[in-house]
Design a protein around this ligand. Structure first.
Ligand code: F6R
Length: 369
C-alpha cells in the first residue's frame, strides 16, 4: 500500500501532484466560474462578512498563514490566522460578520474543534477545510470544503498541506468572485495558473535526488535555520517543523526581515541556512530584499542553501547550493517551494535511521487538548 515507496511519507510526497489536482477538480463550471457547490453557505452571508479568522494547529496553521496573503490580496477582507488553542483563551472578538475558516487534515484535532465551537457560539459563520470526509470538525461547521487529497497515513503532514493551501486559494477566489473584488478574467487566469501546478510539482519531484544528496551529507547537523519573506515565511516555518519532527534536529523558521532584530546573532561559521527566495518577477522588491538577507548571513559564515525560481541566476553567487523550482506567481509559489523542504527532512531523517512515518512522541490526530 506504500505504492513501492519505502515509507508512506515518501509516497505521500510523491502523491502531491495528484492531491492538488484532486483539490482543484470539479470546482468550476464550463465557463471558468468557480462554483464550490458543496460550500452551502448563503452567498449573501458571505458577502456581508467583514473579517476572516483562520484557525488551525501545526502544519495546517502554516497553510492558514499562506492563505492570509492570498485572501487579503484578492478579497481585501482583513484576515487573521491564529492557533486554535490560543484563540479560545483570549476572549476573542467574533460576531455574525466574522467568517471563521478552520483548517484540519484529520478533522478531529480537539483544539481546533473547541475553537470552532466557541466561534459558532459567538455567532460566527464557520467553514471547515478538511481532508477527512465526515469527521467531526466539518460536521460541526456551517460548511465544508474538502481537500480530497486522499488518506494521509504518515504522521507528518505533506500532501494534505499542499491540498489545504490549494483549497484556501479556491475559497479566496470564490469570495473575490462573489464580492466582485476581482474581474472574472483575473480569476480565470489564476485558476489557469493553479491548474498548471500539479505538473510543476511533478517537475520538482523529478529533481529530488539533488536535494536528497545534500540531506544525506548533512546528517550530523545540529541546527538548521530557515528564512523566508511574505508567503515564503510560512514555508520556512513548515520546513523547520518537518525537520524537527522527523529528524529531531533543532530548526527554526524566521521572517527574513526579522534577522537583524535578533536571530542573526545565531549565525556562526558553517551554520546551514535554508532560504526561500521569491520570484524575481514579483513586485515590491521582495526578491532583492531576500537576496540581501542571504548576503548578510553568508558574510557571517553561514552555509547558504537556496530555493529559487528557475532562471534566477542572481542567487548562484551567494549560495553553496541552489534548488530551482518552476516559475509561478508569487502567491502560488508555496505549492512548489515546500516540496524540496519536505524531501530534505525525509531524507535527513532516513539517513539518521529514523522511522519517518511514526516519529517519536507524535500522534497523527491529536484528540486531546
Ligand atoms: C505536522 C503535523 C501537525 C498537524 C497538526 C494539525 O507535520 O502533521 O502539526 O498539522 O497536528 O492536525 P490537523 O490538520 O489534523 O488538525
Amino acid at each position: 500500500e506504500k505504492g513501492g515507496y519505502p515509507s508512506f511519507m515518501e509516497k505521500e510526497i510523491n502523491d502531491q501532484p495528484d492531491a492538488v489536482a484532486q483539490t482543484l477538480l470539479g470546482r468550476t463550471n464550463g465557463e471558468g466560474v468557480l462554483t464550490l457547490d458543496e460550500l452551502r453557505v448563503d452567498p449573501s452571508v458571505l458577502k456581508s462578512i467583514n473579517r476572516i479568522i483562520v484557525l488551525a494547529c501545526g502544519t495546517s496553521a502554516y497553510a492558514g498563514q499562506v492563505a492570509r496573503y492570498a485572501i487579503e490580496h484578492w478579497c481585501r477582507i482583513p484576515t487573521e490566522v491564529e492557533l486554535s488553542h490560543e484563540f479560545r483563551y483570549r476572549d476573542p472578538i467574533v460576531d455574525e460578520r466574522t467568517l471563521v475558516v478552520s483548517i484540519s487534515q484529520s478533522g478531529e484535532t480537539m483544539d481546533t474543534l473547541m475553537a470552532v465551537r466557541y466561534a459558532k457560539e459567538q455567532g460566527a459563520v464557520t467553514v471547515s477545510i478538511c481532508n477527512t470526509n465526515g469527521s467531526t470538525i466539518p460536521r460541526e461547521s456551517d460548511a465544508v470544503l474538502y481537500t480530497h487529497a486522499g488518506p494521509e497515513i504518515a504522521v507528518a503532514s505533506t500532501k494534505a498541506f499542499l491540498a489545504q493551501i490549494t483549497a484556501t486559494y479556491l475559497l479566496g477566489l470564490y469570495l473575490a468572485q462573489l464580492r466582485g473584488n476581482l474581474f472574472q478574467g483575473q480569476i480565470k487566469d489564476i485558476l489557469a495558473e493553479l491548474a498548471k501546478t500539479p505538473a510543476k510539482i511533478a517537475r520538482v519531484l523529478e529533481n529530488a535526488e539533488q536535494v536528497k544528496e545534500l540531506a544525506r551529507s548533512m546528517a550530523e547537523t545540529r541546527t538548521v535555520l530557515f528564512l523566508g519573506r511574505h508567503v515564503g515565511y510560512p514555508v520556512a516555518m513548515e520546513g523547520a517543523l518537518k525537520l524537527k519532527e522527523l529528524a529531531y534536529i533543532h530548526a527554526e523558521g524566521f521572517a527574513a526581515g526579522e534577522l537583524k532584530h535578533g536571530p542573526i546573532a545565531l549565525i556562526e561559521e558553517g551554520q546551514p541556512v535554508i532560504v526561500v527566495v521569491p520570484s524575481p518577477r514579483g513586485r515590491d522588491s521582495l526578491h532583492a530584499k531576500v537576496v540581501s538577507n542571504i548576503q548578510e548571513v553568508r558574510a557571517r559564515g553561514a552555509k547558504t542553501i537556496v530555493i529559487a525560481e528557475e532562471g534566477d541566476e542572481s542567487v548562484r553567487e551567494h549560495a553553496e547550493h541552489v534548488f530551482y523550482i518552476p516559475e509561478t506567481s508569487t502567491l502560488l509559489a508555496p505549492l512548489l517551494a515546500t516540496v524540496p523542504l519536505q524531501i530534505f527532512a525525509l531524507e535527513l531523517a532516513t539517513a539518521k535511521g529514523y522511522d519517518v512515518d511514526q516519529p517519536r512522541n507524535l500522534a497523527k490526530s491529536v484528540t486531546v487538548e
